[in-house]
Design a protein around this ligand. Structure first.
Ligand SMILES: Nc1nc2c(c(=O)[nH]1)N[C@H]1C(S)=C(S)[C@@H](COP(=O)(O)O)O[C@H]1N2
Ligand SMILES: [Mo]
Length: 261
């Protein structure tokens, strides 16, 4: 069995680097500049100046973020099943029935546990939006599930006062970030809270009108059409609200942490 890191590194080689400007920067800076970049301190796999650029990117994107700006939606006739892409951290078929979702916030002494019926009890939303992979393909997919913002509002998870009700509009009343991971923690994503609470961010239990298969992330996955596909975590085991910027599987390999497009 190859280790997770082997798989990730192999996959990384295959991937285009379209989402950030390593190629462009290197070409502009020329060989001398490239040498300079290569000798800078590194965080993750990116030389520091590039990391700084992505962080600047994130600050600008967060400042300009509007929850009313929606990703494109498509007619039902355009919907397809995407290819299975990335298997890190998924459950075995026999374990899907025993699944629980754990949620932690700074206000809670003990994690909350939810089952699929808790998610199904929330307003059922169907959206046809694109799954956009940084590898360079995108497919309109029919997703069904609950809005993450409805889930957070019903149980008072995102707001500092911990009271159920509408999610506050003011950033100051929200925890800054959300971390989501698979049950075994092998795949994980870090999200800015505004994007997590975007109305098109769904906790999704069906794709193409049928319950999720194991390899598409059964029993519950994320879809987040305002971000690249690597943020759409399959098989959510744990959700954590936090004020510290959470680690992210692909950001560790040099991809943009923010990953908006
Ligand atoms: N648990 C988990 N979620 C994951 C991945 C993964 O490897 N493991 N890969 C991501 C990537 S890179 C993409 S493009 C999408 C692909 O979703 P699909 O397999 O349903 O097409 O899942 C994302 N979520
Ligand atoms: Mo992807």
């Amino acid at each position: 069995m190859p280790s997770v890191d082997d798989v990730a590194v192999r996959e990384m080689r295959r991937l285009t680097r379209r989402s950030f400007a390593v190629g462009g920067i290197a070409a502009l800076a020329g060989v001398g500049g490239f040498w300079w970049l290569k000798t800078r301190d590194k965080e993750g796999d990116l030389p520091d100046p590039l990391r700084k650029m992505l962080e600047w990117n994130e600050r600008v994107s967060r400042a300009c973020f509007r929850p009313t700006r929606l990703a494109a939606t498509f007619p039902l006739s355009a919907a397809r099943m995407p290819r299975i892409n990335g298997l890190v951290g998924l459950l075995e078929k026999g374990d899907v029935n025993r699944w629980k979702l754990a949620v932690e916030t700074p206000l809670l002494k003990k994690a909350l546990a939810f089952d699929l019926d808790d998610i199904r009890a929330l307003p059922r939303i169907e959206l046809i939006t694109e799954l956009k992979c940084v590898e360079g393909w995108s497919v309109p997919v029919r997703w069904t599930g609950a809005r993450f913002m409805d889930f957070a509002a019903k149980f008072g998870l995102a707001s500092r006062d911990g009271r159920p009700g509408d999610v506050p509009q003011s950033a100051r009343e929200l925890f800054r970030y959300v971390s989501m991971s698979t049950p075994n923690q092998k795949y994980y994503v870090g999200l800015d809270v505004e994007s997590a609470l975007h109305p098109q961010t769904l906790l999704c239990y069906e794709m193409d009108g049928a319950p999720l298969t194991v390899r598409h992330g059964a029993p519950l996955r994320l879809t987040m059409p305002i971000k690249y596909g690597y943020k759409s975590l399959k098989c959510i085991g744990k959700i954590r609200f936090t004020d510290e910027r959470p680690a992210d599987f692909w950001a560790k390999y040099g991809y943009d942490w923010y990953a908006g497009h």
